[in-house]
Design a protein around this ligand. Structure first.
Ligand SMILES: Cc1cc2nc3c(=O)[nH]c(=O)nc-3n(C[C@H](O)[C@H](O)[C@H](O)COP(=O)(O)O)c2cc1C
Length: 411
């Protein structure tokens, strides 16, 4: 096994402030982060992260599916010296999970993208920079080499190539194309909680700021005073629109023309690892393989796009049948070590997690993200031992009870 990305190349996270440390004392599992973030963040901002599309049916099923799978653990195995290291697309990592791309993470936590990237790097796991982030991808890649980059593309192949060139010039080696976001979804839940893009200063926003001073001072004002108006920095080859401008909406619309031709074009152009994120249909996994990608991330975007879309866990067995050499990764609803082991048992190579890390960076910056990663590491190590396993490769379908699992049948 090669070395995992060096944990020693980054200094320790800045120690948490008194308030941050106090918040972290009550975080015993990733689920606890949501309540802490709800208290800290203004309602529209929290609602934007926590929310999903339309009736939240997909969001709910993303969690429910894990209860349909049980473990059949083995006993009386000597499990001293357990290891969590793994490899995906030839890249060695310390643990089988990473941080999913999340737009505007620097609106919830101060320079959130950098906290997420640095904590991930320190722990030896990947973090994916979002196309909708407010910090330049070059700056994040410099702060935490090894980050992946996720792009929102249209059918314009020249623009896709220019975006890939920009990422390559920044030292990015893994390029992720999100496939499920070509159309703007119905997120009426965001409207109900008062979140709109562009964000427009109004009385409600002012009131929210006054009633959430820790966020207003620690994230919002600090960002404006130190770095000026945040812009969508990575939406395209050049700098995107400011967060508060009408143009911001246009930057993320008009992507309906995205199709497989763009992926084929990128494959010819991009020398690094190419990943498509947001696939659910097994036939699309086959098309991705034919396009020459290195891996796919099965995802319904955390329930934020098509309400009623199937949970990626239900698709996983059928997707595995189509993988034939490409790596199958997955996200949506993963919160515990046991969730991760269930996905690995069904054949997934790697898992990504979104919202909890966003909350962690909001409530305690880099120290918060370190804490969240540490909790998952501890759970995984304990779970592996209770399963009677020494390493992740031993986690197979034979150790899962699947009679209650409503999986999509291959075909
Ligand atoms: C606030 C927020 C912003 C997101 N922004 C992006 C994005 O810019 N690009 C993308 O591919 N996925 C985006 N996602 C989806 C995540 O990458 C991931 O698929 C999803 O959050 C996984 O589900 P989980 O939050 O239940 O772990 C976003 C998710 C959230 C919660």
């Amino acid at each position: 096994m090669r070395d995992t990305p060096a944990m020693t190349t980054l200094p320790a996270a800045p120690p948490p402030s008194f308030l941050q440390a106090r918040r972290l004392r009550r975080i015993f599992a990733l689920e606890d982060l949501e309540e802490a973030a709800r208290r800290l963040l203004p309602r529209p901002i929290f609602g934007y992260v926590a929310g999903a599309a339309e009736t939240n049916a997909t969001l709910a099923d993303n969690r429910r599916v894990f209860d349909e799978i049980q473990f059949l653990p083995r006993m009386l195995v000597n499990v001293t010296g357990r290891r969590l290291d793994c490899e995906v697309m030839g890249l060695p990592y310390a643990m089988p999970f990473g941080i999913a791309p999340m737009g505007v993470s620097s609106l919830t936590g101060y320079r959130g993208d950098i906290s997420l990237a640095r904590s991930a790097r320190r722990a030896g796991i990947p973090m994916i920079i979002s196309a909708a982030s407010l910090v330049r991808l070059e700056e994040i890649a410099e702060a935490a080499p090894g980050v992946w980059f996720q792009a929102y593309l249209s059918g314009n192949q020249a623009e896709a190539a220019a975006m890939a060139d920009r990422a390559a010039a920044a030292g990015i080696e893994t390029f992720v194309v999100t496939a499920d976001s070509a159309v703007v979804p119905s997120r009426e839940n965001n409207l109900r909680t008062g979140y709109r893009t562009p964000i427009r200063p109004n009385a409600a926003l002012f009131w929210n700021g006054m009633t959430h001073p820790a966020w207003s001072m620690g994230t919002f004002l600090r960002t404006f005073l130190r770095h000026g108006t945040p812009h969508f920095e990575n939406a395209g080859p050049g700098r995107g629109a400011p967060l508060l401008s009408r143009q911001a909406v246009r930057d993320f619309s008009g992507r309906e023309s995205l199709d497989w031709a763009v992926v084929h074009h990128l494959r010819k152009r991009w020398r690094g690892r190419l990943v498509v994120k947001g696939l659910l249909h097994p036939k699309d996994v086959a098309l991705a393989r034919e396009a020459g990608v290195d891996g796919v991330i099965l995802s319904n975007h955390g329930g934020r796009q098509l309400d009623g879309a199937i949970s990626p866990m239900r698709v996983l067995p059928a997707a595995m049948d189509q993988a034939r050499g490409i790596e199958i990764m997955i996200d949506c609803g993963f919160r515990r070590g046991t969730d991760i082991l269930k996905a690995l048992g069904l054949g997934a190579k790697f898992v990504f997690i979104g919202r909890p890390f966003n909350y962690a960076s909001a409530i305690a910056g880099e120290a918060g993200v370190d804490h969240a990663i540490g909790l998952l590491r501890a759970q995984l190590l304990a779970d592996l031992g209770m399963m009677g396993l020494l390493n992740l490769r031993e986690m197979t379908e034979e150790l899962l009870y699947l009679d209650n699992f409503r999986a999509l049948k291959a075909g």
